[in-house]
Design a binder for this molecule. Structure first.
Ligand code: ATP
Ligand code: MG
Length: 895
């Protein structure tokens, strides 16, 4: 086997598949695009779903990539097995309806064993196939020449890939035998045949034959178009090529481990001697090094892709990884923030293939450092909590171990050690059961979402071209109908019903890049279709949904008319989105990264990541900047150029969450804004007319959603509505004041209302106006309270001369009906009376339309003998409902 660096392995993989006519796809973001079924990109194929199910046509039917992937269900394996990372790179080759089993197996074998490529010893390679897949078994044994003792048949659990819905099929795995020293019990291929967890046979490559469609109820039918999907872990191949005990001593992680050793300053050292004969103490130390090296790499990549620590979803995973690293750092004697200092090393190790990491260094470092600092504060609370638990309960229950694990990131070993030092037990079994439950829940929670779309046969037939003319025009006079379908059936005509149409030329914009679809009409000689949606087909054709009256037929010449008003307002909003994006970056800095947007004729919203909250002043500055740029009438320019030119020459913002074709379209507004964009835009910024930010909300994990409006009409309406809402509110309050006032008046309120009524509407002063109405509201509320208090005092005065009588126990007691008092007033009266007499029981009742209320109050010296709550509950002749204590009880009663 050749000794190769990880960069050489990756390059060799790509070179090999390029030599077999595969198109190389650059890695994409760890954040899935338009795929709610996935939290993270977890495999190479996860980025290619639209190609696999036929929604999009790939740039080539043969593809290869090296895709960063995160598998959260492997986090607990990290540092424990030799072969798992949280984030790893999956090398892949894919066939979309092109080659199938034979070539896929042959390619795999050639790359691994040929002298020209990896040159692995064929004797060391072992194969598994699905037990019903005779075809694959035959290819391996008869064509490749694998001996029967090197190939094993597996069941559905190991050798069939199925997510419960959509494409699925058998797979074949390739393992590398690292030899008997990794097999202490000398079990040999039994480990493989029985799928036992082991460090001897390392799975390097999995080839999935995507052959069937699962309808969601485990009914399997052959796919119209069969695909190949493969994945091999770069880190595992590196570990074999570099002959290291685990993935962690490869050039990918070793420099980071060394950097940690340096920090620890000789107190702890990683030991390569610990394999394969482990010493438990050293294993723990090694694990700490490995976990930290793994987590810092995953965290660095995730933050670079715009994920920030938070309380849910991706943000929470990042937070957990940082916390776990911090805890493992303590195992190595590090009690301060340190993780952020390793970012440099990660960038040095990974930067060659991922040059963008270096450009994001500042934000990565800052984010990790903040999070570590915050955690160290929580952590000391966690330790206190654990000690308290131990003291109070004399053990650590499963629930508490889970709490420490989940909320504070305590590994169970840490809790156990502290418990051991205190001579108490941890309910380990219970903890493990809870952990499994939590994992199961996470798993099933995701499964419910539709993971894959069914492959659509219609889409695979839709090979017609369609040109988009809508950048220049909104009407096209002689478009030809080139494809039609209703539901999933291709048709030749659509009569008086809803169907779908593709035109050879169309001015209709299909929904994409955050811009809403155009609406309008398609007019033929024998019928007319109202277009209410346009979506992109597999070749990027615009597919119009039409409600047809009369008949539209294949090959008809039609006139396509876009609803101009809707389009024009949508354009203002789309250009407005570019404006707010550029302005936020100017005001807040380059950390602002757009993560999604939507604009239609009504308004726009944009999601973006940022690492802290945004102040109202910053929002105003941003809004003013946009307004200034609108006034400046900056001309729009459009360039069709290579990706490289777009970035170098036009400094276009390109995000790694999207794949771009070779030639890209740059939409530029002077030197203010430059973005890759296929949307329709105003000719110059003045056409946007007007702009207002109407709100911003945090969606957690450092993601914000900002909402804005453009155009004179819409913005004026917005301000008018805001203004009239305030005015309505003030008028309502004024009515209340008039009802309350009686003889009592408040000149201040009247004067202020006068000011409000006469305030001249002016958008610059909207905030001032809002403040004023708020203040007015406070004044009216205060007035209301005062009037109420005064009324109560008047009513209470009537009860001032009550005298106690002596009850059957010889105690002074006042028992009266005060039907004009409400509950609050009853309470005031009870307090007054109790203060008036040294030793008394007070029972006040009120019967009115509002209900029957009762309150019992008892003087301090009587409370133990005659607790108020007991008297309340046992009131003769009535049934009470309520609560209280020995001092006071209150509630309702029925007779
Ligand atoms: P394993 O059983 O070893 O966890 P898997 O069956 O989960 O592997 P696949 O889903 O088939 O793996 O992924 C394809 C390849 O990706 C594997 O053959 C392996 O080389 C690599 N791989 C999978 N998970 C990880 C991980 N957590 N860290 C590093 N490499 C991985
Ligand atoms: Mg796995």
């Amino acid at each position: 086997m050749k000794k190769l660096s990880s960069n050489e392995i990756r390059q060799m993989w790509i070179d090999f598949f390029q030599s077999k006519e595969h198109h190389f796809l650059a890695p994409v973001s760890l954040i899935p695009v338009e795929d709610p079924s996935l939290l993270w990109i977890n495999s190479g194929v996860a980025t290619l779903k639209p190609y696999f199910d036929g929604r999009k046509t790939p740039p080539s039917p043969r593809l290869t990539n090296s895709q960063k992937s995160i598998r959260t269900n492997d986090i607990e394996n990290v540092g424990v097995t030799a072969r798992h990372q949280t984030m790893f790179e999956m090398l892949g080759n894919f066939s979309i309806g092109d080659y199938f089993k034979k070539e896929a197996i042959e390619f795999g074998w050639e790359l691994l064993t040929s002298e020209k490529w990896f040159a692995m010893d064929p004797e060391k390679l072992y194969i598994t196939v699905f037990n019903e897949d005779e075809e694959a078994y035959k290819i391996w044994t008869e064509i490749i020449g694998i001996k029967p003792d090197h190939i094993f048949k597996g069941g559905r659990d190991t050798n069939f890939w199925d997510v419960g819905q959509g494409p699925c099929g058998p797979n074949t795995e390739i393992f590398y035998d690292r030899g008997i020293e990794w097999d202490p019990q000398n079990l040999g291929t039994k480990l493989l045949a029985e799928d036992m967890e082991n460090d001897r046979y390392i799975e390097i490559w999995n080839i999935v034959f995507s052959q069937f469609n699962n309808d969601g109820h485990n009914n399997y039918t052959e796919l119209p178009r069969k695909n190949i999907d493969t994945g091999a872990g770069l880190e595992r191949v590196a570990s074999l090529c570099q002959n290291t005990p685990t993935n962690f001593e490869t050039d990918i992680f070793w420099p980071t481990i060394q950097a940690i050793e340096k920090m620890v300053g000789g107190n702890f050292q990683y030991s390569m001697e610990n394999y394969p004969n482990p010493n438990p103490k050293q294993t723990r130390i090694n694990t700490a090094f490995k976990v930290i090296a793994d987590h810092i790499r995953a965290v660095t990549f995730a933050i670079a892709d715009g994920v920030f620590p938070g309380n849910k979803d991706r943000g929470y995973i990042i937070r957990r990884l940082i916390r776990r690293s911090s805890i493992y750092g303590r195992e190595l004697g590090i009690n301060h923030t340190f993780l952020y200092q390793l970012v440099d090393q990660v960038i040095a190790s990974m930067g060659q293939f991922y040059p963008y990491l270096a450009t994001k260094k500042a934000i990565i470092v800052e984010t990790i450092k903040n999070e570590e600092t915050k955690f160290l504060q929580t952590l000391s609370k966690g330790f206190d909590l654990l000690e308290e638990m131990i003291k109070k309960e004399g053990k650590v229950s499963a629930e508490n171990a889970m709490l420490l694990f989940e909320s504070f990131g305590f590994p169970i070993e840490q809790s156990m050690e502290i418990a051991r030092n205190n001579n108490v037990e941890v309910d380990l079994q219970g903890f493990e059961a809870l952990l499994n439950q939590a994992k199961e829940k996470a798993r099933s929670g995701r499964k419910e979402l539709k993971a894959w779309d069914n492959q659509n046969e219609l889409f695979t037939k839709m090979h017609v071209d369609s040109e988009f003319t809508g950048w220049q025009e909104m009407t096209h006079k002689d478009s030809k109908i080139v494809f039609m379908f209703i539901d999933d059936q291709q048709v030749d005509e659509i009569t008086d019903t809803t169907g779908y149409i593709i035109l050879d030329k169309t001015p209709f914009y299909a929904e994409k890049g955050g811009q809403a679809a155009d609406h309008g009409t398609i007019q033929g000689l024998k019928g007319m279709g109202v277009v209410d949606d346009v979506q992109q087909g597999p070749l990027g054709q615009n597919i119009h949904r039409v409600n047809v009256e009369g008949t539209l037929s294949m090959h008809d010449l039609v006139e396509a008319n876009v609803d101009q008003e809707k389009r024009i307002y949508t354009m203002k909003n789309h250009s407005g989105t570019h404006m707010i994006h550029a302005a936020l970056r100017e005001v807040l800095g380059d950390l602002v990264m757009q993560s999604g947007s939507y604009n239609d004729e009504f308004g726009l919203r944009m999601d973006f990541t940022f690492n802290r909250n945004i102040t109202p002043e910053e929002l105003i500055t941003t809004q003013n900047l946009v307004l200034k740029k609108i006034k400046a009438a900056i001309k729009r320019e459009v360039h069709f150029v290579s990706m490289q030119e777009a970035v170098d020459k036009y400094h276009a913002l390109a995000f790694f969450t999207e794949k771009y074709d070779e030639i890209v379209r740059v939409v530029q507004f002077g030197d203010f804004s430059s973005e890759l964009c296929g949307g329709t835009h105003v000719e110059n910024t003045q056409v946007i007319e007007d702009f207002v930010i109407t709100g911003i909300e945090s969606k957690g994990s450092g993601v914000f959603r900002i909402k804005c409006l453009t155009s004179f009409k819409t913005v004026a309406q917005y301000y008018e509505q805001q203004w009239s809402e305030q005015l309505e509110n003030a008028r309502g309050l004024m009515n209340k004041y008039h009802q309350l006032k009686g003889s009592e008046t408040a000149a201040e309120i009247e004067a202020m209302f006068e000011l409000i009524e006469n305030f001249k509407m002016d958008r610059q002063q909207i905030q001032e106006f809002k403040n004023m109405v708020w203040e007015f509201q406070q004044k009216v509320y205060f007035f209301e309270k005062q009037v109420a208090l005064k009324n109560s005092n008047l009513k209470l005065a009537a009860y001032q001369n009550l005298e106690p009588s002596i009850n059957e126990n010889g105690i002074q007691q006042i028992k009266v009906y005060a039907n004009d008092l409400n509950m609050q007033e009853l309470k005031m009266l009870a307090d007054q009376l109790r203060n008036q007499f040294a030793e008394v029981i007070i029972i006040l009742m009120s019967e009115s339309e509002q209900g029957n209320f009762i309150i019992v109050a008892v003087s301090e010296t009587l409370q133990d003998k005659y607790p108020a709550i007991d008297l309340f509950k046992n009131m003769p002749g009535i049934k009470t409902q309520g609560g209280g204590n020995k001092h006071l009880a209150q509630g309702k009663f029925n007779k």
